[in-house]
Design a protein around this ligand. Structure first.
Ligand code: GLU
Length: 427
């Protein structure tokens, strides 16, 4: 019999993990309260004219969780399922991501409730410009710096930059990252999250004694993150035996030829549907396949208490934000599954966003070798720190990541605001 479906709230998942770390760090009630709630939540409503001449209203959000470590940073999501608690969770995860990897940014997230595939390019442009206008006082290169997320990409970031620049009467490239190269984007940004996920996967395999050539992988989601993760892991000799997108989940026990699959996907209107060299499987069963590594790269809450006991992978690398709900944590830990948490596993995106912001701010342009080398350095150091913290405190990797991040933000805040209580430590 199936267990009852438990609806998880991503903000609750974030709080559950935060509170475990806050207990370990013995945070004062005052610090806890300051770090649980976002600093600022902006709800906007605006209208645009559709191509058919009709006027349509949209709801948008921008949540600034924290500016303790620096200007707030985080993507903008275009999706019908966007809601305030999701944006609040995603914003907080950005804070912890920067905290866990040493990037000098705070955390934010934004979103518009819309179905982007139903909007034309010109409608998307009007939507993005209207959202930017509505949030012109919130965004800023030294205040709050958006980036792409689900349903957005370099086009939207370019329009946002242009609108913001028009409103300020000067070019302001550093107000947003993830732009096209010609609009001040950075080399390596498009593939950064997937590249980072593959770097972290390889480091995890090494720690656990797996050889890449004998490792099988299942990847849920074939958007920008899933696609590039699949490509880099394939290039490193891993066998990708399952992939999925919104239309279909596919299994090939011999391993996919990923460059061929990507060529098919792009030629097929960005859909995996109809790909020949594979068996179609139910979406849900991709998660429970017998693969060494499971990489959820779609969205939050795909692994919950409902299906956690059925997971067969030895390792989960969280490429999406929040793909494992907090009610699944204990079950996965009991099963001995190594879960590398999102706030480190997918930090490659914000890391190269930081490089883009630095290049824009200093009117520089870095070559790809420099970017890849710096990305590798930051992620390897973060991973080592994570592993060492988990080992020395005997904690699961997720709890260790939160301990590192929360400690850093809480200690910075304590010193800045002279909050009573001693230095924050985990011992
Ligand atoms: N949306 C991405 C994330 O969740 C990138 C954020 C950024 O580059 O600021 O990490």
């Amino acid at each position: 019999m199936n267990a009852p479906v438990i609806q998880q709230n991503p903000y609750q998942s974030m709080l559950d993990r935060f509170n475990i770390a806050a207990d370990i760090l013995q945070l004062t009630p005052s610090l806890r309260q300051k770090l649980q709630q976002p600093e600022k939540q902006v709800l906007v409503n605006f209208s645009i004219t559709l191509d058919n001449g009709e006027e349509k209203n949209f709801d948008g959000y921008r949540v600034i969780h924290s500016t303790v470590l620096g200007p707030s940073k985080g993507g903008i999501r275009y999706d019908t399922g966007v809601h305030l608690d999701e944006v609040k969770a995603l914003a907080a995860w950005m804070t912890w991501k920067s905290g866990a990897t040493g990037i000098p940014f705070g955390g934010a997230k934004g979103g518009i409730i819309c179905e982007p595939i139903e909007l034309s390019k010109t409608e998307l442009e009007r939507l993005t410009r209207a959202y930017t206008k509505a949030l012109a006082d919130t965004f800023g290169p030294d205040k709050d710096v958006p980036a792409p997320d689900m349903g957005t990409g370099p086009d939207e970031m370019g329009w946002l930059m242009d609108e913001f620049s028009l409103l300020h009467g000067k070019p302001v490239h550093a107000v947003v990252t993830g732009k096209h190269l010609h609009s001040g984007g950075s080399l390596g940004r498009t593939e950064a999250t997937g590249k980072g996920v593959s770097i972290i996967t390889l480091l995890t395999l090494k720690k656990l004694g797996f050889s890449p050539a004998h490792t099988t992988v299942a990847i849920q989601g074939f958007g920008n993150v899933g696609l590039h993760t699949a490509l880099f892991l394939y290039e490193n000799g891993l066998k990708v035996i399952a992939v999925s997108d919104i239309d279909v989940a596919l299994h090939n026990a011999d391993g996919f030829d990923i460059p061929q699959l990507i060529a098919y996907y792009n030629a097929n209107g960005r859909s995996l549907l109809g790909y020949k060299n594979a068996d179609a499987i139910p979406h849900e069963s991709l998660l429970t396949l017998n693969a060494d590594v499971l990489i959820p790269a779609a969205k939050e809450d795909v692994i919950t208490a409902r299906n956690a006991a059925d997971i067969n992978a030895n390792i989960i690398i969280e490429a999406a934000n929040g793909p494992v709900a907090s009610d699944a944590d204990a079950i996965l830990n009991q099963k001995g599954i190594t879960v590398v948490p999102d706030i480190v596993a997918n930090a490659g995106g914000v890391t190269v966003s930081y490089f883009e912001w630095l290049q824009n701010s200093h009117l520089e342009s870095w070559d790809i070798d420099t970017i890849n080398q710096k990305l590798e350095e930051i992620l390897s150091a973060s991973f080592e720190n994570l592993y060492e913290t988990a080992r020395s405190l005997s904690l699961p990797l997720r709890t260790a990541a939160y301990v590192i991040a929360v400690k850093k933000v809480a200690e910075t805040l304590r010193l800045k605001q002279n909050i009573p209580g001693g230095a924050i430590t985990a011992n």
